[in-house]
Ligand binder design. Sequence first.
Ligand code: NAG
Ligand code: NAG
Ligand code: NAG
Ligand code: NAG
Ligand code: NAG
Ligand code: NAG
Ligand code: NAG
Ligand code: NAG
Ligand code: NAG
Ligand code: NAG
Length: 649
Amino acid sequence: MKILALLIFAVSVLAADSLVVLTRSFALAGSHSANNIKLIFTSPADIYRVSRLEGKTFKFLANTTSYTYDDYDLDCNKKYSYRVTGINGTTTVLDSGVVSKSTYTPASNLQVYDNTFLYSSFNTSSGILVDGVYYRYVYESDSDGFVRYYQQTSTDGFVFTGNKTVMSRDEVCASVTTVTPGLCKIERQSFKLNPTTGKIVFWGHFENRADYTLGELCVAEAEAGEEFDFLGAFRPLGYDSRDYTLYGDADTGEGYIISATGTNTNMNIYSLTSNWTAIDSLLTTVLVKQYREAPDLEKVDGYYYLFTSNSAGWFPSAADYISATNMSGPWSEPRAIADLFTFGTQSGGVDKVGDEYIMLGDRWGANFASEAVHSVRAAPITLKDGFASYEFYQAIEYNPTAQEKGVVAVQSGKVLSVGKTVNATSASDTNHSAELAVDGIKTVYTNYYIPSAVPFYYTIDLEDYAIVSEIDLLTHIVKGSETYYNYTISASRDGKKFVLISDNSANKSPGFVVSLVSDLTAYRYVRIDVSDIINANNGNSATWAAGINEVTVYGTPSSVNSVAKTEYTVSASVANGQYTSDFKVELSTNSSGATIYYTTDLSTPTVKSNKYKLPIEVKQSTDLKAVAIKNQKIVSQLLIAQYVIVSDD
Ligand SMILES: *[C@@H]1O[C@H](CO)[C@@H](O)[C@H](O)[C@H]1NC(C)=O
Ligand SMILES: *[C@@H]1O[C@H](CO)[C@@H](O)[C@H](O)[C@H]1NC(C)=O
Ligand SMILES: *[C@@H]1O[C@H](CO)[C@@H](O)[C@H](O)[C@H]1NC(C)=O
Ligand SMILES: *[C@@H]1O[C@H](CO)[C@@H](O)[C@H](O)[C@H]1NC(C)=O
Ligand SMILES: *[C@@H]1O[C@H](CO)[C@@H](O)[C@H](O)[C@H]1NC(C)=O
Ligand SMILES: *[C@@H]1O[C@H](CO)[C@@H](O)[C@H](O)[C@H]1NC(C)=O
Ligand SMILES: *[C@@H]1O[C@H](CO)[C@@H](O)[C@H](O)[C@H]1NC(C)=O
Ligand SMILES: *[C@@H]1O[C@H](CO)[C@@H](O)[C@H](O)[C@H]1NC(C)=O
Ligand SMILES: *[C@@H]1O[C@H](CO)[C@@H](O)[C@H](O)[C@H]1NC(C)=O
Ligand SMILES: *[C@@H]1O[C@H](CO)[C@@H](O)[C@H](O)[C@H]1NC(C)=O
């Protein structure tokens, strides 16, 4: 027995740590088939070695420095098995064991949610379902702050009507006696059905109308359809409380409040009484001195995941999460997720479509990038064993009423840049070399390229020809002095003659910028020229902040040059943007004798697509792509027209 125990001990000392690999099946734009698998590695190693089971043996696929690996063009509705090891120097330090994932055909009737455009809402059913009726509550305010909540009802969770007052200022704001007596405001309201009492419970972050000195929560309760009993505003157990979330477990009946306290320094986790209208006890304090905001909690397969945003005013900031199997803890250390700027958003609320969790990152673009609206970027979250991730996809396609396979992440093309050769302005020092911006590492602050001077250039040799569809720039940023890049992107077939493919000289977005490419020429080199870096807070030049964390180039490898560089274009009669009602759009081309073909499913049009004859009716949010075709060949650049129809509610 002793010998055996020793042997086991010896083996376990030598064995690598286990590596949790998260997996997501996804589609390439236009294919509507989730026949590609993304592997996401959750612990650091210098190199990941990826292999796939074929027959009885694992076949080597690649070595990569990136936290993710994409396996493309698989069969659909088939299960694949992988093994990933992490290697530091010559030692295998991590081992995933066998990890399996199935590709799938998504549900039908998919709607397109394009993250490269400024949608302000994600179309899921909302409201609380009680006896076949969905209830929702709308916050009404005026210049004196909170006026009332009114109730609306729906039979399908999408179309709501009604105007019944269920809470009003007189009662709700009565406790405010100083600064703005009798006037208040409520933020981050939650309405949830308590399965124990069968009543709808309301919580909100409660403040006087003028400032944030109260730091209170308020609570109320109602039978569905009735007016609420307002139960008061208070500091939970005496602690100040600002951003918070109410988590109610519909299965177990447990309720919790997670709330920022110590003037947003820490987060307290409280359990609620079984009616969810009172604080029971303080379970634990997490994220101590992390200054996190916007908490959202989900429970999946026995793990609680708490997603939070870093406080950075309106600017995009780093998201992270902690996880635990017990709300009292122990909780994991904070883990980075997404990229350093959460794809140009702040971590927001998590919504659900069927069995998929969707992070809805808030982009307060009107407050930092002169954008028309506050918008939301949607990213499906992959969760397993206490680990979570969400990646940037150009779009997600979804059917909000499907129970399963109702969500598919859509990548605009294959990742072409990771690990490729770079020719750039010399690096400022050996620890910030140019290669660090194509290594696929997007969540490590110190892992970035610093040029020795500004202006600077950064050229990636894709090592093969490809039609480039999207280029994402993730810059370095010094928090508190957020900066944006004035830059252009050009491309070349021979590395000598470059053609402009994206003009970002008017860019005002710090952190993460997506550029879609309309040029259908197959190129081999992609070049970024940064002419200036500007401090978003004061408009001054900020070249001291120069640095690129990552450049990601997506596209379709193409050995043949699909289209010679052309000056011909297709034009739309209606500009990209948000519209409040239906309209018709006319297409035209200056390539004489050519026919226009178009798509609305994110694919690049071909002769098999819709032939343009009459003006196209746009009745819902639409991604319209069009090309001119002559003698079976595309003879124009790609038109990308993005229209959002804003609904009334
Ligand atoms: C492997 O290297 C990575 C990156 O250098 C490091 O963070 C990690 O701790 C190392 N792992 C082990 C087990 O040494
Ligand atoms: C992949 O990495 C392993 C470990 O460093 C090495 O032994 C192997 O040669 C590499 N394979 C390729 C194709 O680079
Ligand atoms: C939202 O989805 C529902 C269900 O598929 C659909 O009926 C409705 O038209 C959609 N709304 C918008 C604004 O697209
Ligand atoms: C809802 O009712 C309020 C009065 O309670 C009224 O001022 C408002 O116009 C109504 N709104 C609608 C959309 O009916
Ligand atoms: C909720 O439950 C607590 C604890 O049992 C109780 O003190 C409180 O009165 C209840 N509140 C309501 C509104 O029923
Ligand atoms: C959660 O942790 C608390 C405090 O340590 C403990 O009392 C409780 O039993 C735990 N719950 C479960 C389900 O393990
Ligand atoms: C790198 O780019 C610079 C600037 O465009 C160019 O002068 C140089 O020849 C390039 N070097 C290589 C090896 O391609
Ligand atoms: C690069 O990093 C190493 C290890 O952290 C450090 O010892 C060295 O001083 C750094 N070099 C420069 C030029 O900063
Ligand atoms: C960006 O840089 C270019 C080249 O230096 C300059 O002409 C242009 O005015 C700059 N754009 C903005 C918005 O400042
Ligand atoms: C076609 O129209 C575009 C956009 O107006 C213009 O830039 C381009 O020069 C025109 N091409 C030709 C060949 O006239």
